[in-house]
Design a protein around this ligand. Sequence first.
Ligand code: DAH
Length: 336
Amino acid sequence: MLDIFDQLRKEIEEAVIDTKEAVEDFRVSYLGRKNGRLKALSEKMRDIDVADRPVFGKNINALKDLVNNRLDQAQQLLRSSGSKKGKTIDLTLPGRKPDLGSLHPLTQTAEEIQGIFTAYGFTIAEGPEIEDDWHNFTSLNFPEDHPARDMQDTFFLREKSVDIDAAVLRTHTSPVQIRVMKSSQPPIRVIAPGRVYRNETITFKSYCVFHQVEGLYVDEGVSLADLKQILHMFARAMFGEDVKTRFRPSFFPFTEPSAEFDVWMPNKDLPAGGRWLEILGCGMVDPNVLEAVGIDSERYTGYAFGMGVERIAMLRYGIKDLRIFYENDVRFLEQF
Ligand code: DAH
């Protein structure tokens, strides 16, 4: 009889149980209720001498303990090696959030500006970022060699020669006005969002590239009152119902009269609340500009305006340094 116990102990001690399946087979083969080997042994108890039964029972219990110990060990091993190999999945862990991209704050601001004007019947126009001197300056009433051209530090791509115009990176979106007026007849009502370039020293408030939204409305009888109305409505939509607005006289070669347009937000807690802020330039389209594109300036009048998208985004979000828009720092971008 003792032989059987010794043999079983050896088998139990040496059994290889290194997979989940092996653990389960091992358990069933020794402890299974139906055909488990220890179960079968217990049943033999009846056939032996009463005097031998206590020792027999003790031996069976010792084997049971051994089986249970080996099961515990095997399971623990499986659990720790499983997590190292990443084989098991802990369904109770919270899920990992996928990183979602978002629109750049400048894109969001430009789209919001576009949304406001398209709701008032403006359509969207586009033009090239590489312009010739005529579209960027001359047609917009910048006289040849006039200091007004120095208002905008220009990146030149090609110098002017006898038979070919200079090529520049456009310094503003105003040349899109010219392209639209050349290719269509009044009534014209467009906005032109886009990227513009200036050869300026890079600081917290100026960068070599930035964004503008240009506006143009040309028709019979367009007046300064129409310009004041549309800009006031724009300011309310963009900055809130209680915004105050004002026009200050200014100068641009392509408008006469010209003005700068300021907003004032009463809420002092807002990043830019409680003070006057300039947000755009505007004016009535200069008759010289209409004539340059072949529109009868006796019959038609128009207004135009141009705003910087960076400036408006900075005011809205309380951003103090414009360079951060171009650094692609996700810690900044993911806040929008
Ligand atoms: N183009 C001007 C700039 O870049 C902005 C501007 C001012 C546009 C007045 C206009 C305007 O259409 O009427 O500074």
